[in-house]
Write a protein that binds this ligand. Sequence first.
Ligand code: HEM
Length: 461
Amino acid sequence: MAAAQPMASGPKGHWFWGSFTDFRQRRLAFLRELVSYGGTVGLRFGPFPVYMANSPEAIHQVLVTDASKYLKSVVTRRTLKSTLGNGLFINDGESWKRQRRLAQPAFHTKRISSYADVMVQSAEQMANTWQSGVPVAMHHAMPQLTMDIITRTMFGGSLSADFSDIGDSISRLLEIIMARFDRLYMIPEWIPTRENVELKGIVARLDSLIQGFIEERRASGEDRGDLLAMLLLAQDEDGSGGMSDAQVRDECMTIFGAGHETTANALAWTWYALSQYPDIEAKLHHELDTVLAGRAPTLADLPHLKYTEMVLKEAMRMYPPAWGTTRDALEDVMLEGVPVKKGQTVFVNIYGVHMNPQYFPNPDTFDPERFSPENEKSIPKYAYLPFGGGPRVCIGNAFAMMEAKLIVATLAQRFSLRVAPGQQVVPETVFTLRTKYGLSMIPQARATVAASAPAVADPAL
Ligand code: HEM
């Protein structure tokens, strides 16, 4: 008699919906609970089986060891296809490999270093509009800032640059996409619902805008130093040429979609966490006052802003903008001894592993010391993965960290922020982890502190 197949048993859930209601209605608590059921846990979302990869080992297997046995999930592709086309985020197989190879140089540290000034300028412009005591809607301000930066780094060299429509269009697009992710069944896009018609209109507007930028650049043939230039100039080593206009367009849309809201949320949560832990904020201010002494940060300061980086890493542990990701099995696979059939979905539980006390004691405490150079070494691989992992790790990882560090350094040097009275701060997970009721905060200028900063390093930092 054949041995019984090992089962991955999770909570039973609702008789019809299975765990889909838990996943939808109390997502973060549920993702944390799942960890106690094991490294790999089987669930049911309505009629669909879903496997949760909860442990660093299971996550490593899905994203790294067995990466070639999985595709981006059907849900992800179906929801994003009409917007991102064949862009890196949803592309797969040989086509993804070639696009990743072509796009990679655009994100090399050397190339993105030239964007540091734009990042600081944008942050300074925003800081100049803030006034002590006047509330700022951080849930709007941070996306506005990261959108400004990604637009300027992507198309900054364009002569006919009119960026005014891009920000609003992308923001609305993301809202529609987010609403779609949260449905078990998708309304086909050919049905002219209000949402579908609006989506098509926005995509068409953005397409024509981007196409205009591409045509202008193709005609001039110049490298104007921005991301668009890198995408247009990229050539395959085997001499098979570069990207078609359609591929460049898809990558532009993907970079907008993947690289704006994520960083904005990481920043919003960082400001919130700092407001709750004044001692940590004071230590951050001390580093900024010591390293910068009142001047604007530059690329050269980044290696010295160690505590700033620790603060950001800890904020992304507690509030990972990408709280999970999904894959569909391309063939039958064994995940930690659990059989996953071809076509079935595996969910990588990033939030669950980040909040697992086994790896992060007192996980609800905001403690940047977890990421001090000594302590960071003891975090098991794949217990912390805000940027994912394996071959599909975030291509904008270094861009995002540089941007977030420069923004925090610029703004925290000048202001201290506190949550506005009456503001409820509740996390909400849709596409990224955001604040459900927004995040209104009150800035207080720190002008005198910066001016009188002593130029000595604190050995504790
Ligand atoms: C804090 C900010 C960010 C976070 C937390 C983040 C997170 C992630 C994660 C988790 C993935 C992998 C998804 C998966 O495995 O399914 C990913 C992929 C990706 N990210 Fe980011 N990201 C951030 C910023 C950025 C930025 C700034 C850019 C571009 C400028 C970017 C572009 C991309 C792209 C193109 C992919 C797809 C890569 C591929 O599949 O080859 N991201 N990101």
